[in-house]
Design a protein around this ligand. Structure first.
Ligand code: PMP
Length: 285
């Protein structure tokens, strides 16, 4: 597998960057996770927009245009002969001195890794996932905005560790107000009396590309959608719950904090949206 780093392609074992890179030293950088299905890259422009917006928010200038980066991503997929792939784009602040000051760095590094995707185990898509609310709250938007997809994912990793400790694969994270925010790598949706509900962006969440696609699909299919502040009570009493993310796609959740959600099986709205989503990823480029 070839990896792109700032203008050149390297074999996986040779794909390396400096230990002085602030991406490593401080998590100073941004990234994206993107999928391609049958050679079609799903919503590449939206992923690139989010990447460049994240970079802008941390005053990082990506040293190429969105068009140039899109071309590099396509070239990397082609070189690796991948049609169904996970694409990881990373932009680091670059190598610098051992201080925080981003001005004392040079040459942001642009990295494109393409590989096969590791989804949740297939039986969980059939039977549903169990999640648990963790004590680690999602980053306060005024500390590190969850809208920025930064290389500093410790907030999510701390939550993930708690979930693993509790025997679950994903954690439900609340925000500083105690409202439902999102999971460590996925957005959350509920279905209550036929209405699809998901936390609004100001709950302090990442604006998921899959989240936006699901909202669009539901609206087009005549399913009412609301972006509402949600509590754990809403999760426990929902008829259906599912998570969305580039890697996870749409995965049903059937238990949260020991409470069975709905019938305890993936529900009809979740199944319908999964169908529509798979049709979409195969159609769209
Ligand atoms: N929330 C967080 C914290 C994430 O890391 C991700 C994965 N990128 C998501 C939500 C889902 O976003 P997307 O659908 O764009 O992958």
């Amino acid at each position: 597998m070839k990896v792109y780093i700032s203008g050149k392609f390297y074999d996986k074992a040779e794909a390396k960057i400096s230990v002085y890179d602030h991406g490593l030293l401080y998590g100073d950088g941004v990234f994206e996770g993107i999928r391609s299905y049958g050679g079609k890259i799903f919503r590449l422009q939206q992923h690139l927009k989010r990447l460049y917006d994240s970079a802008k928010a941390i005053q990082l200038v990506i040293p190429m245009t969105q068009e140039e980066l899109a071309a590099v991503i396509r070239q990397t997929l082609e070189l690796n002969g991948l049609k169904d792939a996970y694409i990881r784009v990373v932009v680091t602040r670059g190598a610098g001195s051992l201080g925080l000051d981003p001005r004392k760095t040079s040459d942001p590094q642009v990295i494109v890794i393409t590989d096969h995707i590791q989804l949740y185990p297939p039986e969980l898509y059939e039977n549903g996932l169990e999640i648990v609310t963790v004590s680690t709250i999602r980053n306060h938007p005024n500390a590190l905005s969850p809208r920025i997809k930064s290389l500093n994912y410790l907030n999510n990793i701390l939550a993930k560790l708690e979930a693993i400790e509790a025997g679950c694969l994903e954690a439900l994270m609340l925000n500083h107000k105690g409202e439902v925010a999102e999971c460590t790598g996925d957005n959350i949706f509920l279905v209550t009396r036929g209405t699809l509900r998901t936390p609004p962006l100001d709950a302090g969440i990442l604006e998921g590309i899959t989240r936006n696609a699901v909202i669009e699909l539901a609206k087009r299919d005549g399913i009412p959608v609301r972006e509402d502040a949600l509590t754990r009570h809403d999760v426990y009493t929902a008829d259906e719950c599912f998570l969305t993310g580039t890697a996870a796609e749409i995965i049903p959740v059937v238990k949260c904090d020991g409470r069975v959600i709905g019938t305890g099986k993936p529900g009809p709205v979740t199944r319908r949206l999964r169908e529509l989503f798979f049709a979409l990823v195969r159609e769209e480029e």
